[in-house]
Design a protein around this ligand. Sequence first.
Ligand SMILES: C[S@@+](CC[C@H](N)C(=O)[O-])C[C@H]1O[C@@H](n2cnc3c(N)ncnc32)[C@H](O)[C@@H]1O
Length: 201
Amino acid sequence: MDGRDLLAQLPDASVSLTFFDPQYRGVMEKLSYGNEGSRQKARSKLDQMPDEMIIEFIAEINRVIKPSGHLMLWVDKFHLMEGIHHWVKDTSLEIVDMITWNKKRWGMGYRSRRVAEYLIILQKTPKRAKGVWTNHSIPDIWEEKVERLHAHSKPEGLQKILIESVTEEGDLVLDPASGGWSVKTACEASNRNFIGSDLVG
Ligand SMILES: C[S@@+](CC[C@H](N)C(=O)[O-])C[C@H]1O[C@@H](n2cnc3c(N)ncnc32)[C@H](O)[C@@H]1O
């Protein structure tokens, strides 16, 4: 199911936490490799989200998140460097933190080799940490190697510890572009309710 159709069905301020891992070519385009390997070819076959679509997703995510709830947004280094302000400028979401995920796996690069992805943490106003973010021992560099269930699988351990820090049992966690369903698995391990969608699978 298209994540925007799922979002349209959700009431305002009904979700405590959303993970969003947009599907874009980002790194692949910046590196312009002529000969992408089989895994990269599998990635590029997935439906890509243009900027306008990402903005549409984030506008709806902003609507469905509760006040002081969070959006955890996965980006690569090019989106990190160029900035994501244009994705969130018309929302009540403010950047409050960022975690670097060391994938413990070597990627490509003409210059440095990629080993990391980045999780930008945004909070819907009113912005506050006290009483909302409960675990103060999460490091801002996180090492976790993942089994490849999906071309873009994200670390379940990191997502689980974040879910447990900013939500309570029974809260609703959303992932509108679920891919390999890593957020769903993390929610099951934490007794949180999950709702998600993907165009495939
Ligand atoms: C980067 S992957 C997500 C990976 C996921 N976070 C995980 O841990 O496995 C992005 C996903 O978005 C999906 N996608 C692309 N356009 C979509 C849309 N309009 N609605 C829902 N999912 C979409 C793709 O099929 C892909 O599986």
